[in-house]
Design a protein around this ligand. Structure first.
Ligand code: HPA
Length: 274
């Protein structure tokens, strides 16, 4: 990871949006609409930012949105980079490094995920309590730059217990029934086989997706505090007698949009006071 490149992208962005930021948001498939709620928004397409990768998947607009969300200074990634698109882990996690260089210490990561836990239903929201890196590698492999973090980062509380506790209180206030569980990060782009899903369930996974794990590893390396939310967009392979498709993922996230938006907005307001 090139410190100069991080600094260059960050100073470019600071010039466009000089206000001190409080929080970063990474918005997953179908969840980018949250960025449309940001007020006094300054939108910067990825392709204008020095050394930023450019995203390719449908449903990912590909821009940073700066502004006020429920009174809190945020920057949202409307569209993220996936390993399966062919980006290196360095590219996938570059935006997190840049957020840190912009002074951000709090990160909310969201994604669409398949439900592995059979008690879940499509449309459920799940607070991520922990993850399993099943991507076969780690974004921190290579020489460690001590300016960015320690060689052997602790991952025993990757997803802040304090933030999860707050998130449960807010869910109760809003009357939302929110699940909690372990997110398994796979590379994709294939969905899993039924046998893989049975294996992941035995290993302690509750939801499965193709993102989030690299970003969270790098955010922890950078010392950020993280809240993760999965939108269970479908039941994982083999649970229901039906094939999986990307349209279903998008349809479900569309259906729970209103709950997701009000939940994350309330979370931003509350965590913004921390
Ligand atoms: N598997 C992997 N990634 C996903 C899924 C799934 O079932 N649903 C949404 N993203």
């Amino acid at each position: 990871m090139d410190f100069q490149k991080i600094e260059k992208a960050a100073s470019f962005l600071k010039e466009k949006y000089p206000q001190q930021l409080k929080m970063g948001l990474i918005l997953g498939s179908g969840l980018g609409i949250l960025a449309d709620e940001i007020e006094e928004a300054v939108k910067i397409p990825y392709n204008e930012i020095p050394d930023f990768p450019v995203s390719t998947v449908e449903g990912h607009a590909g821009q940073l949105v700066f502004g006020l969300l429920n009174g809190v200074q945020v920057v949202a990634m409307q569209g993220r980079f996936h390993y399966y698109e062919g980006y290196s882990f360095d590219k996938v996690t570059f935006p997190v490094r840049v957020m840190k260089a912009l002074g951000i210490e709090q990160l909310i990561v969201t994604n669409a995920a398949g439900g592995v836990n059979e008690s879940f239903s499509p449309g459920d929201l799940m607070l991520i309590s922990d993850h399993i890196n099943n991507m076969g590698s780690n974004p921190l492999i290579g020489p460690n730059d001590a300016q960015l973090g320690v060689r052997f980062p602790d991952m025993s509380e990757a997803y802040s217990a304090e933030y999860r506790k707050i998130a449960k209180v807010i869910a109760a206030k809003l009357g939302l029934n929110v699940q909690e569980g372990v997110y398994v990060g796979n590379t994709g782009p294939t969905y899993e086989t039924p046998a893989e899903i049975r294996m992941l369930r035995h290993l302690g996974g509750d939801a499965v997706g193709m993102s989030t794990v690299p970003e969270v590893i790098v955010a922890r390396h950078a010392g950020m505090k993280i809240l993760g939310i999965s939108c269970i967009s479908n039941m994982a392979a083999g649970i229901l007698d039906q094939p999986l498709n990307h349209e279903e993922v998008i349809e479900t996230t569309e259906r729970v949009k209103a709950d997701f938006l009000s939940y994350v907005k309330a979370l931003v307001k509350e965590l913004g006071t921390k």
